[in-house]
Unconditional design. Structure first.
Length: 135
């Protein structure tokens, strides 16, 4: 099923301003549909189409997955169990095995990642020290 996003949300995901996205809609650079109330909605497929193709070859899902590569190796893979937005910040909690890890990131970053409950995600630990505690 096709998902449609409000222009502001689409602009945030693409990393452009709202006025720029509106101009793209008006000039046909990006397609939108209108709600019965006359508001524009951008199909998620249009956002995927705007991701740079030169980053990787393959289908849209592959390109989206390769959009941002990272060299960090201390990654813990888990499932999103909590997402709370508060102003400019978002609290994201991952369940990794029987443990939970929480990170505070910008709301823009959480929206760009399109995180939903149950999604697979990785916590990247960037630190010069890791302490071990006997439990």
């Amino acid at each position: 099923m096709q998902k449609f996003l409000a222009p502001r949300e689409a602009a945030n995901i693409l990393g452009i301003s709202y006025p720029t996205l509106k101009q793209w809609i008006y000039h046909g650079k990006i397609k939108s549909v209108k709600t019965p109330g006359g508001h524009h909605r951008v199909p998620e497929s249009e956002i995927d189409r705007m991701f740079p193709r030169k980053l990787s070859h393959g289908d849209v899902e592959t390109r989206r997955g390769n959009f941002r590569k990272i060299s960090g190796r201390n990654q813990l893979i888990g499932r999103v169990v909590v997402i709370k937005f508060s102003g400019l910040l978002a609290q994201v909690t991952l369940a990794i095995g029987e443990q939970h890890i929480t990170s505070i990131i910008t709301a823009d970053a959480a929206k760009e990642l399109r995180l939903k409950l149950g999604d697979r995600a990785a916590a990247l630990i960037k630190s010069t020290e890791v302490m071990i505690l006997r439990v």
